[in-house]
Design a protein around this ligand. Structure first.
Ligand SMILES: [Zn+2]
Length: 321
């Protein structure tokens, strides 16, 4: 297949390639559902989920926040994480048929998965989609929870009319596992676990947008007009506010405004910012620059900037179908 006109790929070439790619995908998915993304050790509770749907052992991510070099390439794996506030502690249902595995090899070849859907008892192996309910952290197979709660949102990555907040249904339902009540139609009520690279891309975009919006809103309301008129202003805002925000102990800015995840920003401003950021990202035809700009403030030389770019290269190469 030299693209020189000398050969035309036949069905065998194409089918073979596809089969091996599918096999690789399956192995990668299994790894994502069985191992901590950071330490690569078998997942064991407490397990946390990040905004892009990656799973970690909580002890590993705590070690990472204390010492970012602890896991070598940690910044490439989860450099977009700033603090524990970015993570959701999961209420996972252990698989009664699973024997805890010590080594990575036995964990990956184990016939049993460590966790199951509490509704269907389906094992969380990566073969069917699983989601977490954000309000309580309970984890279900996507199909099972939707059978119980048909109005459940498809999440922020879904391009469905249910993401239109204007006619959002405010009625509450209870989690069938723990009884916590929540609004199922809110796009933020669910988080996919190890979604496709495409969905992950949308989730990252959303994470960056909501951070930018939160920062713009923080004591900078009078500057809102400037922020909307130029990217440079937005970057300056990022630089100023980034100081100390990685620290696990709350800085003065965090103390003043405890909820980073839910910025008290007027809907219209947030929408405009989101719209503008989206346009910018689309224009750039890739997000590495946006991410670099988010990382720049707290990193010293060009070395780590490359890390961010590499993180993207790596992620998309590794998970590309
Ligand atoms: Zn629950």
């Amino acid at each position: 297949m030299g693209a020189d006109g000398g050969s035309i790929p036949d069905r065998r070439d194409l089918v073979k390639t596809k089969a091996s790619a599918a096999q690789t995908d399956k192995a990668v998915l299994r790894e994502q559902f069985f191992l901590c993304s950071l330490s690569k050790r078998p997942l064991s509770r407490p397990v946390v989920l990040d905004p892009l749907g990656r799973l970690y052992n909580k002890d590993a991510i705590l070690e990472y926040f204390i010492d970012k070099t602890k896991y070598g390439d940690g910044d490439k794996i989860c450099g977009y994480l700033k603090s524990l506030k970015d993570l959701l502690t999961l209420n996972l249902s252990p698989n009664p048929a699973y024997a805890p595995q010590e080594s990575i090899t036995t964990a990956l070849t184990s016939a049993r998965a460590p966790f199951v859907c509490p509704l269907s008892m389906k094992e969380m192996t990566g073969s069917v989609p699983f989601i977490a309910l954000r309000p309580c952290g309970c984890v279900f197979s996507d199909a099972s929870i939707r059978a119980v709660i048909p109005t459940l949102s498809r999440g922020i990555a879904a391009k469905t009319p249910s993401n239109d907040n204007s006619n959002e249904d405010k009625s509450q339902v209870t989690c069938p596992n723990c009884g916590a009540s929540f609004n199922p139609t809110s796009p933020t009520s669910i988080l996919p676990i190890n979604p496709t690279p495409e969905v992950r891309e949308v989730l990252l975009e959303h994470l960056l947008q909501s951070r930018a919006a939160a920062k713009a809103a923080k004591g900078k309301k009078r500057k809102a007009g400037d922020v909307m008129n130029g990217d440079d202003t937005r970057l300056k805002v990022t630089k100023v506010d980034d100081k100390g925000s990685v620290s696990p102990t709350p800085g003065p800015e965090m103390g003043r405004q405890g909820t980073r995840g839910a910025p008290p920003v007027p809907r219209s401003v947030q929408d405009k910012l989101a719209e503008q950021e989206k346009k910018r990202l689309i224009q750039q035809a890739g997000m590495s620059d946006a991410v670099k700009s988010m990382f720049k403030p707290k990193e010293v030389a060009g070395e780590k900037k490359n890390g961010a770019a590499e993180f993207f290269g790596r992620t998309f190469t590794r998970y590309a179908a």
